[in-house]
Design a protein. Structure first.
Length: 213
């Protein structure tokens, strides 16, 4: 088994310490950082994402795998920067104003990072202006809004209006999600995409970034 497959296998099992050691070993062996990232870490995270979609693994397993991935990417970041490797796209994400739930948001963030996207995490209780200001300043292609309460869902509509007001609506895709959110609501407020789970959200975000490149 090649070292990249070993990285992928151990990441799927959430063995953060072993993943870190193997990534360091691969770097020492002169394997390009991009290959370690794509064929080792991201390949492993893809498997976890697919299994999560099929309900074969659950949130705790995803969190452990993501932690293992983060330990590996920390070692690779300086090398990727040196070789000028671009992220697949840039996203800002947060839970909307008035809502303090963050498990779903954190899961989406991990899945997106697992697909090679750069994610700016705004945390919880995020005002519409903050999403838009961040998207402009950080040059994000996508704004992701999460809500777990029916009472905070309307804030997502305000985010869409705020983006229109700032004149970036044609440049930035707005994705929404969370337990009470539906496809009908997405269309009603004029957002671009609603997904039912974190893995689908990450796939959709990558598609959007590809389409906008």
């Amino acid at each position: 088994m090649s070292i990249l497959s070993e990285i992928s296998e151990n990441l799927q099992r959430g063995k953060a310490k072993i993943v870190k050691e193997l990534v360091q070993q691969a770097i020492d062996e002169g394997i390009p950082a991009q290959d370690i990232l794509e064929k080792g870490l991201l390949a492993g995270m893809d498997v976890v994402g697919d299994r999560f979609k099929k309900n074969e693994v659950f949130v705790p397993e995803v969190l452990v795998a993501a932690r293992a991935m983060n330990m590996g990417t920390t070692l690779l970041k300086p090398l990727l920067a040196e070789s000028g490797v671009e992220a697949a796209g840039k996203v800002c994400i947060g839970t909307v104003k008035g809502d303090l739930h963050d498990i779903g948001k954190n899961l989406v963030k991990m899945m997106m990072e697992g697909k090679g996207l750069e994610v700016v995490d705004l945390g919880t209780d995020v005002a519409p202006e903050t999403y838009v200001k961040t998207a402009i300043e950080q040059n994000c292609q996508i704004i992701c809004c999460s809500a777990l309460l029916t009472t905070t869902m309307p804030v997502m509509g305000e985010v869409v209006k705020e983006a229109e007001k700032a004149g970036i609506r044609d440049k930035v895709k707005i994705m929404i999600g969370g337990a009470p959110v539906t496809e009908a609501f997405c269309q009603q407020i004029g957002a671009d995409k609603y997904t039912t789970d974190a893995a689908s959200a990450a796939d959709a975000a990558v598609e959007f970034c590809r389409g906008m490149a």
